[in-house]
Design a protein around this ligand. Sequence first.
Ligand code: HEC
Length: 285
Amino acid sequence: MPAASTKPSRGRRNPAIWLIALVFCGPAQAEPELVRAKVIDFFQRAFPEHKLDDYTYGALMFRPEARKQFDDIMEFPPFLTTIERGKQMWERPFSNGKRLADCFDNGGRNAAAAFPRHDRQRNQVITFEMAVNDCLRQSQQPPLALDDMNTMGVLMSYARTLSDGARLDVRAQTPEARAKLEAGRADYYQRRGQMNLACANCHIDLAGRFMRDEIISPVVGQATHFPVFRRGGEQLLTLQAYFRRCFTQIRATPPALGSEKMNNLEYFHAYLSSGLPMRASVYRK
Ligand code: HEC
């Protein structure tokens, strides 16, 4: 785990000093590992019967009968042809003979599990979708619009399945990376929109409760299974496209997909799921 190596030396000093430092610095300076541990601890106390890996199921983890139905559908999901189209995009050679698959080690196997990540040179959070666009540009191909589910969405519905079973590994090891993570954290807890709600109000405080006819999923685990196919498999949504949906639902203006704000938010959001097993392209009601 990141930064674990810095901990032992601290143990030898007076713990009270660290506590005081933490209180005075406030959450803005809190170590990201500590923030994540607190969120996970909150959920494990609230739902002691659930193992952390269960959180990959999202809200389905709370409803065994719905989860059974999900498992049945996932044996032969109705959107296999879409994933197949994504595979063709991933493997089709450009005019220079290179393919998207060639931009990543092992043809992209487990590639998505290492995103989002902080790029030192650009001092920017890079999502997997952006890394794919970087690859296209390197071969003089036009990048795909991040909000176009018929291109980027379809591509992701295959490319991300190449990381199925891998554990999400999101790190923030430099002060610059931590600053982006912190910006994402602050945004996640920021109340907004006509409903004056923060993401955290629903996906932490109210996780497991019903909202209209839906159970609200815990934030932990959410980043592991995108894109999803909603509405019986008809509507494909990447993670940031889903963020946009939730912004709109609380009547807040969503930031553009791929904007710094959205990327930092995804960085923090995914960081909370780091260590969990991935499974892309899942069915949602
Ligand atoms: C008013 C409550 C509410 C707020 C606030 C809210 N959401 Fe949601 N969100 C929901 C509901 C309801 C769903 C659908 C059920 C579920 O959680 O899977 C959902 C689903 C999601 C999902 C998909 C989960 C999955 O497994 O398919 C993501 C990701 C998400 N929200 C992110 C966010 C982000 C980011 C914010 C802040 C901008 C946010 N939400 C704010 C209620 C909310």
